[in-house]
Design a protein around this ligand. Structure first.
Ligand code: FMN
Length: 366
């Protein structure tokens, strides 16, 4: 059971903060699908920008279950403290500090994981934020600055001393960006050097990998980012597997279609039609990845400029898949071998363009 300040999480799975992805509709969806906690997209520490539409949306927590986590990014201790206070006033229940993002600068100052090079500045930022608010402060970081300077343990100890209540550690250094494979040894060393809860993060893409990372690091929880894109049900799959080694059945194509449809509607409502259609495109693309006729869907979706057409295109695509594969899908277990063969059938279908024709026909009619 993970506790962060007064909050006991329903499980040990966290959705990773991802700018441009973990907006309110996606957080709500992932929480429904089994994420125990979900951080929002990072917010600049420059509160002068909080009147902008972008910041306003990022501060929206309507309907979000406790604890509401806001991540702030910046390199100036006082600005970070002000930002933390502003977000708590606006409803944040946990303030997360971004030292995990490889972006070099936010507002012309070193920020994100670039901060890890300057341990004195890290100390000042952590102290300023922890002292500024009465809600728990958490820290998201990488294993270090570069492979020769993995100072994650030093920063973790410092954070714990200052009063940070939990850490999420991405198993790469800043210099690694997203290259190579995440390593979990440093996360294990961090876990062994502090008592606060640790979330291990990086390349967790299946229930089996989740279990492996948990065992290898000894971490209290896991944080999943990119693998939840187009696959938010990964949280319930991991949760079921960690509880009793049960391999949960993958959602049927009809269920995927329904989840996606509801998600798109939420995006259209949250952003308004024009921006919502734009934001929804990448999500549809992710839902379609590895499925038949993905190229045709992409083509049709990219051209859709209004919500109704976009929904119709996405629906038509999934309806065609349900029609073609629905019955077979019901009989499938979700083993890796079965999934691979399903992908192979999808690729074959891609060749005959059957799905493509259905999508394009309906797209033209719509
Ligand atoms: C599109 C994208 C946006 C991201 N934005 C943030 C962010 O705002 N704050 C942050 O701390 N990390 C951010 N990250 C890093 C993720 O939180 C996570 O640490 C990283 O993707 C590794 O986890 P994964 O392998 O499960 O994706 C972002 C990653 C991606 C792919």
């Amino acid at each position: 059971m993970i506790r962060i300040g007064p909050y006991t999480l329903p499980n040990n799975l966290a959705l990773a903060p991802m700018a441009g992805v973990t907006d309110l509709p996606f957080r709500l969806l992932c929480r429904r699908m089994g994420a125990g906690i979900a951080a929002g997209e990072m917010l600049t520490s420059d509160v002068r920008l909080y009147h902008t539409e972008k910041s306003r949306r990022r501060m929206d927590h309507t309907g979000e279950a406790e604890p509401r986590v806001v991540q702030i990014a910046g390199g100036d201790p006082q600005m970070m403290a002000d930002a933390a206070r502003r977000n708590v006033d606006a409803g944040a229940q946990i303030v997360d500090i971004n030292m995990g993002c490889p972006a070099k600068k936010v507002c012309n100052k070193a920020a994100g994981s670039a901060l890890m090079k300057d341990e004195t500045l890290v100390r000042h930022i952590l102290e300023a934020v922890v002292n500024a608010v009465c809600v728990p402060v958490t820290l998201k970081m990488r294993t270090g600055w570069d492979p020769e300077h993995r100072n994650g343990v030093t920063i973790a100890r410092m954070a714990e001393d200052i009063g940070v209540r939990a850490l999420a550690v991405h198993g790469r250094t800043r210099a690694c960006m997203y290259r190579g494979e995440a390593e979990y040894e440093t996360i294990r060393a961090i876990k062994q050097s502090v008592a606060i809860p640790i979330f291990a993060n990086g390349d967790i893409d299946s229930p089996h990998k989740a279990k492996h990372v948990l065992e290898q690091t000894g971490a209290d929880g896991l944080m999943v980012g990119r693998s939840a894109q187009g696959r938010p049900w990964i949280f319930r799959e991991i949760d079921a597997f960690l509880r009793d080694e049960r391999v949960a059945a993958e959602p049927s194509l009809a269920e995927v279609r329904d989840i996606m449809r509801a998600h798109l509607r939420d995006l259209h409502a949250f952003y308004g039609e024009e921006a919502g259609v734009r934001v929804a495109r990448k999500h549809i693309d992710w839902y379609a990845q590895g499925r038949a006729a993905g190229h045709a869907l992409r083509h049709a979706v990219m051209q859709a400029e209004d919500a109704q057409t976009q929904l119709a295109c996405a629906d038509a695509y999934f309806d065609s898949l349900v029609e073609t594969y629905g019955a077979e899908k019901k009989n499938e277990s979700s083993s890796r071998a079965d999934r691979t063969s399903c992908a192979a059938r999808a690729a074959a279908a891609d060749d005959d363009r059957r799905g493509a024709r259905v999508v394009l026909r309906d797209f033209e009619r719509a």
